[in-house]
Design a protein around this ligand. Structure first.
Ligand code: NAD
Ligand code: UDP
Length: 314
């Protein structure tokens, strides 16, 4: 028997890196949780800790084809390949996840009278010409470039969510997530933090792309998840950047990971920069701090220590 006030959340893409942490947080605060995932880039092992939880149900299904058998209050949409390696490997699946998957999940939210939160991305800004990026910057995206399947899928998804809100009065939220890292990232998905951590622990040189002068702003996953929860419960229907404004170069990141793993600070090799790799990326989080009273709390070294410890134990 469920308590009368218990909320029910649906996490589409919940077997992935961020989604599994979101599921953990929702269960910890007492929600019932459904997770829909087709396991394209996610793993059931990410959800091993909730397998026997009485309030948790996993459905292996595509985001474009599922039903939920009980009333749902909130739909968190995270389904999509997310690493450059994954979305290049699955270009059509990525475009489908941002279009038909989002549309079906919006229809589910409509039927249930649920709020809908889309996890969009800083990639909607492309290789930005404005710095740091505010939500009113419209971006610099090549629609036929090597990242277009991901960037344009997310831009389309934002447009779809906006149209559902305007047409049907659906309560919608758009989170533009900036680079997030932490335990449970796939060590083989090519993203910079799990790659550097894997290489540093294996005693291999770190593969720094280009001269390592490009920047990213890295947010620890617990902070990102807290931002998503705050956004869903807020009244903010415009897009909101969720990220950590502490901007560093890839070279600085490599040196920090090497030092935290007890390795020599210059044990790295320089590899070609991927085509159209964004040069700078840093969120302006003014909107998140004012509308959600949210800001990241985990510093880079602290977050990297937690990530490295999990990788050592995993
Ligand atoms: P992830 O690959 O670990 O998780 C994505 C999950 O979606 C996986 O479990 C995958 O199997 C599932 N999925 C993909 N297509 C699906 C479909 N059609 N139907 C059902 N499930 C499907 O990636 P992540 O890093 O956890 O990212 C989660 C979301 O956050 C993504 O939408 C991503 O675009 C967004 N995001 C992540 C970051 C980041 O730095 N991690 C940054 C910006 C945006
Ligand atoms: N990168 C790197 N070495 C690696 C993997 C990535 O130097 O082994 C760089 C990559 O070229 C980019 C940055 O790290 O400049 C972040 O890459 P990631 O794939 O994590 O995410 P992106 O922000 O590019 O989507």
């Amino acid at each position: 028997m469920h308590q009368q006030s218990q909320r029910c959340a649906l996490v589409v893409g919940g077997a992935g890196f961020i989604g599994s942490h979101l599921v953990d947080r929702l269960l910890a605060r007492g929600d019932r949780v459904y997770c829909v995932d087709n396991l394209l880039t996610g793993r059931v092992e990410n959800l091993a800790q909730c397998e026997d939880h009485p309030d948790f149900t996993f459905l292996q299904a595509d985001a474009a084809d599922f039903e939920i058998p009980e009333p749902v209050d909130a739909v968190y949409y995270l389904a999509s390949p997310a690493s450059p390696r994954a979305y290049r490997r699955y270009p059509l699946e990525t475009l489908a996840a941002g279009s038909t998957g989002v549309r079906h999940s919006l229809d589910v939210a409509r039927r249930h009278g649920a709020r809908f939160l889309l996890t969009s991305t800083s990639e909607v800004y492309g290789d930005p010409q404005v710095h740091p990026q505010r939500e009113d910057y419209h971006g610099n995206v090549n629609p036929v470039g090597p990242r277009s399947m991901y960037d344009e899928a997310k831009r389309f998804a934002e447009a779809l969510v906006t149209a559902y809100s305007a047409t049907f009065g659906l309560q919608t939220r758009i989170a533009r997530i900036f680079n997030t890292y932490g335990p449970r990232m796939d060590s083989e998905d090519g993203r910079v933090v799990p790659t550097f951590v894997r290489q540093a622990l294996a005693g291999e040189p770190l593969t720094v792309a280009g001269k390592g002068e490009q920047t990213r702003s890295l947010c620890y996953v617990d902070d990102t998840v807290a931002g998503l929860l705050a956004l869903l419960d807020s009244d903010e229907s415009a897009p909101v950047n969720i990220g950590n404004p502490h901007e560093i170069t890839v070279l600085e990141l490599a040196r920090t990971v090497l030092s935290l793993c007890g390795r020599k600070p210059d044990d790295m090799v320089f590899v070609p920069l991927p085509p159209e790799d964004p040069q700078r990326r840093c969120p302006d989080i003014t909107r998140a701090t004012s509308a959600l009273s949210w800001r990241p709390t985990v510093g880079l070294e602290q977050g990297l220590r937690l990530t490295i410890a999990a990788a050592r134990n995993g």
